[in-house]
Design a protein around this ligand. Structure first.
Ligand code: MG
Length: 336
């Protein structure tokens, strides 16, 4: 076989590659009984004494490097902060490896670094180590940034994506499809003319507010493959289903317009500043209020509830009912 674009697009095709070639060829995948590689969660954990160290890494190949609402630097730090956060760990430090193409403009690099610094200052996460390499012109598309993050949680306090049980409420922290559709619109030549902007942002504030209330059972950030992928993955791994109220899933008008024009489902494209939180029903209203008062969480909604049935079902107020399937691959490649 040869690697295709869909092998990196966060859907079933990528999952197959991961199990067939990666997982089957690595033997040591877990430390001290923590969350390991084959758990395919947002990060891994290493239990040490009274704590769990959470680690997560992400390579960024985004096209374009600068887009409405952000750039590769913002996404490289926010994306890794978010994967650490949804594991229930306070993000502490980031390592930053950059591979840059010969001829890349110095002023663009400086803009990207300043953007990384701004997320780092906003979240209190330090950029503590890094690596810089250059490849000959024509051998690399401008630049690739890989960030690795470290966070910490109390022992046994990490949150998995697989902890849902029937009756739990599903909270979504805001509107969906903004990042993927903004990138797609930009690539299609709508440029900066629409109001469509990426939602790229660090979600630690939202997660911390939710954890402080309590009752959080599972979390995931709906990146590649969108909420369709994240909700199905959470349901699948937890051995449950969901019934979602489609009217309560926030989709911005600009996102709807572009998605209809391009024929792309906003539920299947990446978000870069959102969290899905599964919560014990007794805590749901209080967690919702806490999330809404956190930065980037004002648009949060309870979108549904966990069921025993194994499907993720969307219901509309008009009585429509359909199964929300996980996408084979994200319809918009190179978004993060
Ligand atoms: Mg993630």
């Amino acid at each position: 076989m040869k690697i295709g674009m869909s092998h990196g697009a966060g859907g079933e095709v990528m999952q197959d590659l991961i199990s067939d070639i990666i997982l089957s060829n690595i033997q040591n995948t877990r430390v001290n009984g923590g969350v390991g590689l084959e758990d395919l969660d947002d990060g891994a954990s290493i239990p040490l004494g009274d704590y769990e160290i959470v680690i997560s890494t992400d390579g960024h190949t985004i096209d374009p490097l600068f887009f409405p609402g952000g750039d590769i630097g913002r996404i490289a730090v926010a994306g890794t902060v978010n994967d650490i956060s949804v594991m229930g760990a306070r993000p502490l430090a980031i390592a930053n490896a950059m591979i840059i193409s010969e001829g890349f403009p110095g002023e663009d690099l400086e803009r990207i670094i300043k953007s990384m610094d701004s997320v780092s200052r906003e979240t209190g996460v330090s950029i503590v180590t890094g690596d810089t390499k250059v490849m000959e012109q024509g051998k690399l598309d401008r630049m690739v940034i890989t960030t690795t993050g470290i966070g910490v949680a109390g022992r046994g306090e990490t949150v998995r994506d697989s902890g849902l049980s029937p009756g739990d409420k599903i909270i979504l922290s805001g509107s969906v499809g903004d990042h993927g559709m903004a990138l797609m619109a930009f690539r299609e030549g709508f440029g900066f003319e629409t109001d469509l902007e990426s939602d790229v942002a660090p979600v630690w504030g939202i997660v911390e507010a939710a954890l402080n209330v309590g009752g959080v059972k599972a979390m995931k950030d709906p990146t590649r493959g969108g909420i369709a992928n994240a909700l199905n993955e959470m349901a699948d791994k937890s051995g449950v289903g969901m019934v979602l109220d489609e009217d309560s899933i926030p989709v911005r008008e600009e996102v709807k317009a572009v998605s209809e024009m391009l024929g792309i489902d906003p539920y299947e494209v990446a978000n870069e500043g959102k969290v899905i939180i599964g919560v014990d029903p007794e805590y749901a209203e209080e967690v919702l209020a806490a999330v809404r008062s956190a930065p980037y969480g004002e648009g949060a909604q309870i979108i549904g509830e966990v069921t025993e049935d194994k499907h993720v079902i969307l219901e509309t107020s008009l009585g429509g009912r359909r199964i929300l399937e996980a996408p084979v691959a994200d319809p918009v490649p190179r978004v993060c």
